[in-house]
Design a protein around this ligand. Structure first.
Ligand code: ITT
Length: 210
């Protein structure tokens, strides 16, 4: 059984739509490390969640990157949603950026099952190595400590618009792709174009061949 690590039921619904019922939600509050990018956050979370659960885990980290705000809120999207709210983000973009409202939604899935495989090429295990080096561990021991994590990324480009639609969750009502907001799509439609759907597609293909 694959544990989909998130507190967000909307994510689990979309993952089930893609991967079937063999997916169980694991509400585990992993430590969100500070990083400009989603990859290291998800990788760190996957190692922590695997150590906690002892079963295959998939951590899902997502964010809204507004071009005209240099990618903000990005990895801080959850904090910004909970503090400012989605409608305020939309109004800020409309007021500050006029017609330049392009944005991307990104999702990184991090998989860990404690087994060996070719880890992602990114330096996502840097932290473990630094920690191991600090304790004076030899290289072999360092490698052993760095649990392999595989990353799968997906992006959808679009623009920020006045809220429309009542499907989906989070920023969906203000993110338009190809004339429709993500909240105007049903789960299957959203998965076909979304950041999460694309990342899930890559994961499903890889895990099948494994
Ligand atoms: P977990 O960390 O427990 O998975 P979360 O909702 O906080 O739950 P993220 O940090 O990945 O998850 O999400 C960042 C923000 O982006 C958060 O405010 C979500 O509501 C929002 N979000 C994530 N995926 C989304 C999607 O597909 N459509 C719209 N908003 C999304």
């Amino acid at each position: 059984m694959l544990r989909y690590v998130t507190t967000n039921e909307g994510k689990v619904r979309e993952a089930r739509e893609y991967l079937g019922d063999d997916v169980a939600q694991l509400e585990f509050d992993y430590t969100e490390v500070q990083a400009d990018d989603l990859g290291p956050i998800a990788a760190h979370g996957a190692r922590e969640a695997y150590r906690h659960a002892g079963e295959p885990v998939l951590v899902d980290d997502a964010g809204l990157f507004v071009d005209g705000f240099d990618g903000f809120p990005g990895p801080y999207s959850a904090f910004v949603e909970h503090t400012l709210g989605v409608d305020t983000v939309q109004r800020l973009v409309a007021r500050e950026l006029d017609d330049e409202r392009r944005a991307a939604f990104r999702c990184v899935l991090a998989y860990c099952d404690g087994e060996e495989f070719d880890a992602s090429p990114d330096a996502v295990d840097r932290e473990d190595r630094v920690a191991a080096a600090a304790t004076g561990a030899e290289r072999g021991e360092q490698e052993e400590r760095a649990l392999p994590v595989k990353l799968f990324a997906g992006t959808v480009r679009g623009r920020i618009v006045d809220p429309r639609g009542d499907g989906g969750f989070g920023y969906d009502p203000i993110f338009e792709h190809d004339g429709k907001t993500l909240a105007e799509m049903d789960a299957a439609e959203k998965n076909a174009v979304s950041h999460r759907g694309r990342a899930l597609g890559k994961f499903a293909e890889w895990v099948q061949g494994r």
